[in-house]
Design a protein around this ligand. Structure first.
Ligand code: SR1
Ligand code: MG
Length: 415
């Protein structure tokens, strides 16, 4: 990868960002000329610097500044990363904001020299993964994310865009290096020995069995091929519950820096797979059986509801608009069934990578007791594996949920 970085680029810090912000006329609607500003670095992700800058006199007036580093923050400068991902993220956010403004933060501006995005602060929301891990339910999430998925995926696909715009959009969102991260971390490394797989020793027998399973690796290879070759729609590309901010009334999707033209099932499967990772975590995080069943039912109900909302909204915003001669009902049904099965397979892969590979999820890796952690990890692996291997059996979203809920942890080993 060779990327020419702008000569004027420098990584900001909590001091320099204040000068930077003062000089940006686009923030005139938020900050008054010369008023005292404060800032802090709040990024806890794997890739970027994220700052909040606020008016000292009124912290409600806060702006988020996300700046791309030319390397992976999680690992350091031994892993270079293109700063162009900030442009991709800004442009994907703009599309999201046009299609679903109620679920996409507003971008104030994108700076192509500093590779940064200034955007709306979401201070009344939390990262969904953290809320779910604490056992908080979000009653409107299924409705919101189902609509978000239907509108963003439908409106950027060949089903809606004209032939030329679609190809131009594919070109605009070419994102090879971030796709390569996914190709490696989701579809390759979990299935071979590498020191970058930091799974616990306790689940090693299950991981080794999975890695030795030729049939499973063949299905993973098919999913990888789909990810690499099916330019179906502009996908978020990393739509896990850490990329979603929620409260009891709202849902916002953030962080589309992995966006590119890929298979819709990668986004839908990411949401479903991450809800099921949380389901597996509550196997041990919620010891009371009634409370556990209640929360796990909430999670599976959410999966069913979000799919039903997705299909309803896809009918309204896509199928009702298409030419029924070219795309008759049988084709439409086949398309939706393929999406459901893709979501199961791709979501299953995303579950397994979060257990075995680099960049785990706090739902599971944050469980303190090593045996409890192994139970949750083992269950997540079994669900991921079953969704991938049995996806062709799935005809309805209830079938998908039934496959997941039939799984049990293999750990502790009985023989
Ligand atoms: C090396 S970056 C690790 C992961 O963080 C992002 O959220 C993506 O999921 C990526 O795979
Ligand atoms: Mg991210």
């Amino acid at each position: 990868m060779t990327e020419q970085i702008s000569e004027k680029y420098y990584p900001l810090d909590a001091n320099t960002i204040i000068e930077y912000v003062r000089a940006r006329p686009e923030l005139g609607e938020v900050f008054r000329t010369g008023e005292a500003l404060e800032a802090g670095e709040v990024g806890d992700g794997n890739l970027n610097l994220v700052f909040k800058v606020w008016a000292q006199a009124d912290p409600k007036r806060t702006v988020v500044i996300k700046q791309a580093l030319p390397y992976l923050r999680l690992v350091g400068d031994s892993w270079p990363l293109p700063t162009d991902r900030a442009r991709i993220e800004a442009q994907a956010l703009e599309i999201g904001h046009r299609l679903v403004p109620q679920h996409t933060p507003r971008v104030y501006f994108y700076d192509p020299v500093m590779y940064l995005i200034a955007m709306q602060n979401l201070d009344e929301h939390i990262i969904m993964r953290h809320g779910l891990t604490q056992g908080i339910k979000y009653p409107h999430f299924a409705e919101h994310i189902g609509l978000f998925l239907a509108k963003t995926l439908g409106a950027t696909s060949d089903l809606v865009l004209d032939y030329r715009t679609k190809k131009e959009e594919v070109r605009r969102f070419i994102n090879p290096e971030l796709c390569k991260i996914t190709e490696d971390l989701v579809f390759t490394e979990p299935y071979r020995y590498t020191e970058r797989n930091p799974f616990d020793k306790e689940i090693e027998p299950q991981v080794l069995a999975l890695q030795a399973n030729d049939a499973l690796r063949a299905e993973v290879a098919l999913m990888k091929e789909k990810f690499m070759t099916q330019a179906q729609a502009l996908i978020h590309g990393d739509l896990h519950t850490g990329s979603i901010m929620v409260n009891q009334t709202d849902t916002y999707v953030i962080d589309p820096e992995f966006a590119f033209y890929g298979p819709m099932g990668f986004d839908i499967g990411a949401v479903i797979g991450n809800l099921l990772l949380n389901y597996a975590a509550h196997e041990v995080r919620t010891p009371d059986p009634e409370q556990r069943a209640d929360f796990q039912n909430y999670l599976t109900r959410t999966i069913i509801d979000l799919w039903n909302v997705f299909t309803r909204e896809f009918s309204t915003h896509v199928w009702r608009q298409v030419d029924p001669i070219n795309m008759p009902p049988a084709y439409q049904q086949h398309y939706m069934l393929r999406l459901l099965q893709d979501s199961a397979g791709l979501g299953g892969c995303k579950m397994m990578r979060r257990v075995i590979g680099l960049a785990g999820v706090v739902d599971i890796r944050g469980i303190e007791d090593v045996h409890d952690r192994a139970i949750a990890a083992s269950l997540a692996l079994n669900i991921g594996q079953a969704l991938l291997m049995r996806r062709h059996e799935i005809q309805t979203i209830e079938d998908l949920v039934a496959i997941a809920t039939a799984c049990r942890p293999t750990y502790p080993w009985t023989s």
